[in-house]
Design a protein around this ligand. Structure first.
Ligand code: ISE
Length: 326
């Protein structure tokens, strides 16, 4: 029987998750969708799903087996806690929570429940180029890693997207993917602020001495551009330029950048959903980012925001990982 999935939030990501569930996820169906704006929920639900305006009603509905949270960041913690209470697998968009203290509440609730129910939507772990980079690093193909260069550029962000959000909402991706690519933990960080607060340049050091540098540029104007290059002792590997179209015109051969992250990471989002649905339907934990990873990324982001204000290198501190996540 198909897994009945309920999606909370019908904005850019909720609509994309709903589309993936309807068109590209064998073994699952979009059973329910929720948004404060019911007409938006109805449109994203494609007439195939029950429409809710109360997310808790969706979570506790007996018509829903598993939940995708794609509502605003500030609601993630409370909704993830409700999913744990209901005993339902949840794919929660990043960040897991807006503060480390809130994220640890989710971790503690999951540990108390004794079931790994939470996956955090760090979809780059399912993006073919990043998967390949990790495979090559693990196979020793470029030797021991020494530096990871990341670039994270958005074309433009809305006014409500404040300075701290470029760390807590965007740079969290690099925290997660850098830990995952390198198989290492970050131990220190320093953040430099560009003119007007955008771009930022963040450097981190891992527990094995590798350096991770990231440019976070939220209003680069030309398009959505995410890039990573891993430098090893014997070679380098990097994501290729994200080509969406190639145009021959006016004596030039050009490629186009997407406007936002959905086209760039379309395959990653679909792969992530397939893996999560298979794990949820099989009653096992998924191999995506777990609640502990969600806590670590939010906690490091919080400390990077403080480092930005202090203008100095900070030693990163994390709570002790519960053995539940070993
Ligand atoms: C968005 O939520 C994402 O996940 C994108 O990858 C990131 O580039 C953007 O800044 C976030 O708002």
């Amino acid at each position: 029987m198909n897994l009945a999935v309920g999606v909370i939030g019908a904005g850019i990501m909720g609509t994309e998750h709903a589309r993936i569930l309807c068109e590209d996820t064998p073994g699952a169906r979009l059973a329910a969708i929720c948004d404060a704006d019911e007409s938006r929920a109805r449109a994203a639900g494609r007439g195939q799903s029950q429409v809710f305006s109360d997310p808790h009603a969706l979570i506790f509905s007996d018509k829903v087996d598993a939940v995708v949270i794609a509502a605003p960041d500030s609601t993630h913690k409370e909704l993830a806690l409700a999913c744990i209470e209901a005993g339902k697998p949840v794919l929660c968009e990043k960040p897991l929570a807006v503060t480390a203290a809130e994220a640890i509440e989710v971790v503690e609730a999951e540990v108390a429940k004794g079931r790994k129910l939470v996956q955090v939507g760090y979809m780059r772990r399912f993006d073919p180029p990043y998967v390949d980079m990790r495979r090559v690093r693990e196979s020793g193909g470029i030797g021991d890693p020494v530096i990871l260069h990341n670039v994270h550029r958005n074309a433009v962000v809305p006014e409500w997207f404040t300075g701290a959000m470029s760390v807590t909402n965007a740079f969290v991706h690099e925290i997660d993917i850098s830990r995952w690519l390198l198989g290492a933990e970050m131990i220190s960080a320093q953040a430099h602020c560009g003119v007007g607060g955008d771009p930022l340049l963040v450097t981190m050091e891992t527990d094995r001495g590798e350096i991770v540098s990231t440019e976070v540029f939220m209003n680069c104007r030309y398009g959505y551009h995410v890039h990573a290059q891993l430098v090893g002792r014997d070679g380098t590997i990097e994501t290729a330029v994200p080509i969406t179209t190639l145009t021959n015109a006016s004596g030039r051969h050009e490629f186009g950048f997407p406007d936002n992250w959905v086209p760039r990471f379309r395959t990653a989002y679909a792969n992530q959903m397939k893996a999560w649905v298979a794990a949820a339907a099989g009653g096992r934990a998924s191999d995506g980012a777990n609640a502990w990873d969600g806590y670590v990324t939010t906690s490091i982001a919080e400390q990077v925001v403080a480092a930005l204000e202090m203008q100095s290198r900070v030693r990163l501190s994390l709570m002790t990982r519960p053995s539940f996540y070993d």
